[in-house]
Design a protein around this ligand. Structure first.
Ligand SMILES: [Zn+2]
Length: 294
């Protein structure tokens, strides 16, 4: 096949894929800001498939993850905030150390924002020195309250889970939490659960379930843009407990890795959107835990 010919076929295939994707869902704008119903000052900024919470007070704004890895999200984020308020952006809080959520914060730094993260996130960023991640100015160990203009935002560390630096940000008055990447809404865990700590993630889920909140803003929009609930956290825990038990049995029978990854099915969860693609990789991660203690 000539190069021109194969390129032409690839272009046609791409056009067909694009057309079918457009037929399935109306195109959504690259970014959007929504005010959280029932609150006076809590907003969600979405850019592509990532999102962050920000809180507006008379004394300034508390922003979270810049979500600007290889894209100009922070510029859009700041402009969106400035449509709501001219008050200064006082803080940027990192949800955890992963670059897809925290890169690109320099435009916030240039405006004088103070960057806050868990101590382990700062250590990781300082060690890896990624090009486009602002090093936190301040760190949190176990717990810290940020109070600004009459609003309190709790920064809680509930142990290792999806990273060793995940914060659960809680607005006690609104009973809203913002925590990222580890409590799926009707989903299995992402791919091979890279950087996840086992079995610690299950203990962290129990701690989050015990906290006082009604709604969770996830770091990636939920199905239909909905919020997370405690039932989602309970389901996420039940899934990991069921997965862990099934893989433990397989590992004991010498079936890790390949046989377990092929044969273990968890039909209770088969309606989850990413079940077929990610379950084998989730199984592989638990095989690592039971065979190698990691
Ligand atoms: Zn992450």
């Amino acid at each position: 096949m000539s190069r021109l010919h194969s390129t032409g076929i690839a272009a046609l295939a791409f056009a067909a894929l694009t057309a079918s994707a457009q037929a399935q869902a109306p195109a959504q704008p690259p970014f959007a800001t929504t005010k959280v119903d029932g609150t006076e000052n809590v907003y969600i900024f979405r850019y592509g498939g990532h999102q962050s919470m920000f809180v507006v007070t008379s004394a300034g704004v508390i922003a979270t993850d810049p979500i600007g890895l290889r894209r100009p999200a922070a510029k859009a984020y700041i402009e969106e905030i400035q449509k709501v308020t001219k008050a200064p952006i006082k803080y940027v809080i990192y949800s955890h150390s992963h670059f897809d959520h925290i890169a690109g914060g320099k435009p916030f730094k240039d405006l004088g924002a103070t960057f806050v993260a868990h101590a382990n996130a700062k250590a990781r960023i300082a060690a890896l020195k990624p090009d486009d991640v602002v090093i936190p100015d301040q760190v949190v160990g176990g717990k810290r309250n940020i109070t600004l203009g009459g609003t309190t935002l709790e920064l809680n560390y509930v142990g290792k889970n999806h990273s060793d630096s995940t914060l659960v940000m809680r607005l006690p008055k609104e009973k809203i939490i913002f925590t990222v990447d580890w409590i799926p809404l009707n989903g299995v865990q992402f791919r091979g659960m890279a950087d996840n700590y086992l079995p610690d993630i299950q203990d962290s889920l129990k701690k989050v379930i015990a906290m006082d909140w009604d709604r969770m803003i996830p770091g990636h929009p939920g199905p239909g843009g909905r919020f997370g609930t405690k039932d989602d956290a309970r389901t996420a825990l039940a899934y990991l407990e069921d997965l862990s038990a099934a893989v433990k049995e397989a590992a004991t029978a010498g079936k890790c890795y390949a046989d377990a990854m092929r044969d273990i099915k968890l039909p209770k969860y088969e309606k989850f959107g990413n079940y077929a693609a990610n379950l084998p990789m989730n199984i592989e991660r638990y095989c690592d835990f039971y065979n190698r203690g990691i």
